[in-house]
Each structure stands twice: as structure tokens, then as C-alpha cells.
Unconditional design. Structure first.
Length: 285
């Protein structure tokens, strides 16, 4: 007999995705595997950059610079363009050696499992390349039609275009609770009895809890802490040096081969940051 009344929303932290697997197994025994939906974030949850440049913490640093000190010479200008170029040229690593195995263990239970990422459409190719390189696929555990949707769509009014493909939802930085609810409606997926979510950012977990608490769907929110120390040790000077070491090569590749995979033309300081020209000296002064 299923005891759905035993499931309550919970907030937990872990540095080991095995805890998420064990929690899912327990919920599947209580509510039935067909009634559970598991969601994984990507950046700093299942995958992380090999270096500071292009990492999630690098993005947050650049976002802060753009808002508070946009003429700082360490500001790359269009951080999305730079991150896309770095994603294309660089690689990612698993946050833990058995991360892919933990995801497969949940999938092998017959539970629906998807990825919900703040990445946007421009990072589609790089994202699937790195997932595939680490033997991670959400295609066979996804909700909705096989393969997802061929075209981007706007999940909520006045929102940004998003893409759902092979169980990976690229939400372009929008409210993850609203995005998940919109995806359930678009895929005609019935409301789960419980949601298990792993994400390194508490704000994303809170967003999903906010949306689904109103729908009386309990959420087991796991804040993944496995990359916290790397985030704390982020070195902006080192990241800036890494960018300066590779930017000319990346620009040259774009110039020779074209901007099909990335475009760095907007990765410059705002025009108002240009140094004013000094007046020419007057003869005799």
C-alpha cells in the first residue's frame, strides 16, 4: 500500500550524490517509482569546469563586475560570449568519480530523471558534448516525447526562449520552479507525488519548492556541496590571466574559421569605458 502521506518536503545538504540515489530509492518504495521525478542541475552539481575560467563561479564574478565596476579591465564585456567560447575550447570533469554511475542507478530504478540547467540555447552543443563524454544521458529517463522538442519555446509569458532536448531543459537562467511546472504542462506529464532535486545553488532549490508547495507536491531539496571548496578558492586574478592567455587564439580561430561555434565580437568593455583622447598640445605652451 502506497503511503503518500508519509512524504514531506525536506532540505538537505550532501557532498555525495549517493545520498540522492538512496533517497530516491526510499521514496520509490513509499510512493511507487512511477510517481517520483528526479532533477539534476549540471554546473557544479554533476559537472564542473577544469579551470577557473568559464566556471560557474567565474560567471558570478563577471556578473558582479558588470553590475558594479563595468570599466574594470578584468571585465570581459559579454560574459555569455566568453563562456560559450571557453565551453567550446575547454572540457568539464565529473564533480565526483561515480557521479554518472549514481545517475544511472536512479534511472535503472525506472524513475523519471531529467536535467534542469540555467544554461541557455547558445550552449546546447557544448553541453551535450560534455554529458556524452562522461557517459551521461537523460534521454531514456526523460519525461515527454522521445527526444524532447525540435524547436525552442518560451515557457512563460514574457520569458526567454528555452529548449528541452533528450531530457535536458536549457532554461536560460529563468526561475527553475516556473520552468519545471511549464515543462510538466507542455509535456502533458501528470504531477509527481514527490520531486527529488540536486542543485548546488539554494536559490534554485527554493524556486522549485516555492512553485510546487503551492501545488502540494513535496520536494526533497538536496544542495550539492561537493564543489563548495573550489568555489571558495576561486581566484579572479588567475581566471583573468587564463583569459588573457587564450583570448587572442580564440579570436584568431573565429577570424579564420568563422563564428559558427562562438562569437567574441561583443566580448569587449562598453564603449563608455574608452579612455578619452587628451587634447593635442598647443605650440608654444
Amino acid at each position: 500500500m502506497l503511503r503518500l502521506d508519509l512524504i514531506q518536503s525536506q532540505d538537505r545538504e550532501t557532498a555525495d550524490l549517493a545520498d540522492v540515489t538512496a533517497d530516491t530509492l526510499n521514496l520509490a518504495q513509499i510512493a511507487g517509482k512511477e510517481n517520483i521525478l528526479v532533477i539534476f542541475d549540471i554546473d557544479n552539481t554533476i559537472l564542473a569546469m577544469e579551470q577557473d575560467l568559464g566556471s560557474d563561479q567565474w560567471y558570478e564574478w563577471q556578473k558582479h563586475l558588470s553590475a558594479t565596476d563595468k570599466c574594470n579591465p578584468e571585465n570581459v564585456g559579454d560574459r555569455f560570449a566568453v563562456q560559450g567560447a571557453v565551453y567550446f575550447a575547454s572540457a568539464m570533469r565529473l564533480t565526483q568519480d561515480d557521479g554518472a554511475a549514481q545517475i544511472r542507478a536512479i534511472q535503472d530504478l525506472g524513475v523519471a530523471v531529467i536535467a534542469l540547467t540555467s544554461r541557455g540555447l547558445d550552449f546546447q552543443l557544448q553541453t551535450f558534448r560534455e554529458l556524452r563524454r562522461h557517459d551521461i544521458s537523460f534521454a531514456y529517463s526523460a519525461i515527454g516525447p522521445a527526444g524532447g522538442f525540435d524547436e525552442p519555446f518560451i515557457p512563460v509569458g514574457n520569458g526567454r526562449p528555452s529548449l528541452y532536448e533528450d531530457g535536458v531543459f536549457l532554461t536560460a537562467g529563468q526561475h527553475k520552479g516556473q520552468m519545471l511546472y511549464a515543462l510538466l504542462k507542455k509535456t502533458d506529464t501528470r504531477m509527481p507525488a514527490a520531486i527529488v532535486m540536486a542543485d548546488d545553488k539554494q536559490k534554485n532549490l527554493d524556486a522549485v519548492k516555492e512553485t510546487f508547495s503551492a501545488l502540494q507536491v513535496p520536494v526533497h531539496a538536496w544542495r550539492y556541496t561537493g564543489e563548495d571548496e573550489n568555489v571558495r578558492q576561486f581566484n579572479p586574478d588567475q581566471a583573468d590571466a587564463q583569459w588573457k592567455a587564450v583570448k587572442d587564439a580564440l579570436r584568431q580561430i573565429q577570424q579564420v574559421l568563422g563564428p559558427d561555434n562562438y562569437d567574441l565580437d561583443s566580448a569587449v568593455l562598453p564603449a563608455e569605458c574608452a579612455q578619452p583622447l587628451l587634447p593635442s598640445p598647443v605650440p608654444g605652451d
